[in-house]
Design a binder for this molecule. Sequence first.
Ligand SMILES: *Cc1c(COP(=O)(O)O)cnc(C)c1O
Length: 378
Amino acid sequence: MTRTAYAEINLPALRHNYAVAKRQLPHTKVWAVVKSNGYGHGLLRVAQALPQADGFALINLEDALALRHAGVRAPILLLEGAIEARELEEAHAWQLDVVVRSEHQLQWLHACGQPLRVWVKVNTGMNRFGFVPERAIAVVAELRALGCQVAGLMTHFACADDLAIKLDAPWQRFMQVVDATDLPFTAANSAATLRAPLTHGAAVRLGGLLYNNNPFYPDTRLWLDGLQPVMRFAARIVHTSELQAGDSIGYGAAFTAAKPMRIGIVGAGYGDGYPRAAPSGTPVLVNGQRVPLVGRVAMNVLAIDLTEQPQVGIGDEVTLWGDARLSCDEIAWRCGTISEELQCALTSRLPIRQIVADNTLSPLPDDQTAPAQCLAYL
Ligand SMILES: *Cc1c(COP(=O)(O)O)cnc(C)c1O
């Protein structure tokens, strides 16, 4: 194998995380959110690993159709509804639930004439999409008059992941519509699901949680026990070198050795999806131990301090994130971002190895894997 960086997707861990969520939520449907290529884990891979899922939620019609073509029969919700009028016909033909979140989508539904299953989106303060409460109540009546099946109400909280901000105000706005219409509702993403059981309703929409991303990191008080990492990003050491005191390493000479050091050059960089923003000191895992990154992350390589790991050498594997001892949340937090951004940023050129059953690894594809072959391999 000449590709030195790769990702491993642990499908039993994903299934386990879904089961942990289900156990916590016996009275509500759990929809797996699989937008943006399943948060970078692979749309079809994730969907096919969760045959027990109550439903899937995503943004693009094309993705919904890909799931249907792959034989997924579970409910699928288009979180932002139709982007063009013609999509409504397809949504009806393929039995997709659609969100109605704006006046122009309502006009398309008037013109469409199909008895679609719809969820009316209420704007509770995100102020991007949705109807204000009074208008939402009227829209429900309008849709019913059109022959649509109004499956329920939907909202999305702006600040659910910030425990310092209460959900009372958006919740009261949403409840105005729930009380007036007596419809089922879906309101909670991962963060709201964890912090506010009141918001669970008919279905929760879990993205990050299924992929082991704690929306409150580093606060772990509300995090569920037993969730497991799903994506592991790893790379091989391609070179080792020595620094003398005063030598610097990498672009911009951003790190200078204070004492003699042994350096490992790892074959992964921002061109593979490792964040360039990771500062010196960001941990990686080698040989089960955390060692610090040193100097700037380059496009294809990064450097680590192997002074305390004399036995580690060329060809050995480094875990960049996605181990019980080194979470993606920690790396993201150290870079001032969230795990979702890192996971979505893994390039499609990266070979993917999937763990399909406990301790069973599918082999890495041959080197030079083109994206198309890579998909076929998946
Ligand atoms: C992405 C998304 C979710 C899932 O959010 P997580 O925080 O990843 O659980 C839920 N609802 C909507 C509308 C979304 O866009």
